[in-house]
Design a protein around this ligand. Structure first.
Ligand SMILES: [Zn+2]
Ligand SMILES: [Zn+2]
Ligand SMILES: [Zn+2]
Length: 146
């Protein structure tokens, strides 16, 4: 397991359980967005006997710890992906509102961040808020759904 993940567990004073380890492995192997149901199915394939509630609880915890990002693709399901500290590249999402397909993009991310850093600083100062991350979604229809 990556040193950063371990550090985060220490910082939050949480134990690395076999279930949490298996979930982290799944995200490192797949390197893509996964819904809670997909994580559950993949855990089953690894012969992990866990209930859906445990999966939800652990995904929630890993999100709170900043290891996973919870994504909103507007389909009523919870989606997750590895957060910034992972090798996953910083990116945002185009989401199809009909089929729920999500496309990662990182075009103009450098310029976006120049602006967002300024905005984060301003918002942080004005509202006395420590901003840790941000998410951007563009919603629309993909080629197949149009
Ligand atoms: Zn960004
Ligand atoms: Zn679509
Ligand atoms: Zn993504």
């Amino acid at each position: 397991m990556k040193a950063e993940w371990k550090k985060q567990f220490n910082r939050f004073n949480k134990r690395m359980t076999p279930c949490r380890q298996a979930i982290i492995d799944i995200f490192e192997e797949k390197r893509k967005h996964l819904s809670a149901e997909e994580v559950y199915i993949l855990l089953r394939k690894k012969r992990r006997k866990v209930g859906m509630a445990t999966v939800y609880r652990n995904l929630d915890l890993l999100s709170q710890m900043g290891l996973l990002h919870r994504l909103n693709f507007g389909d009523g399901k919870e989606h997750y992906e590895m957060a910034r500290i992972s090798p996953a590249k910083h990116h945002h999402h185009l989401v199809c509102t009909r089929c729920g397909k999500a496309v990662d993009y990182s075009e103009l991310v450098g310029e976006e961040h120049e602006f967002l850093n300024r905005l984060e600083k301003k918002l942080g100062d004005k509202y006395d808020f420590s901003i840790q991350s941000h998410q951007i979604y563009f919603y629309g229809l993909c080629k197949d759904c149009r």
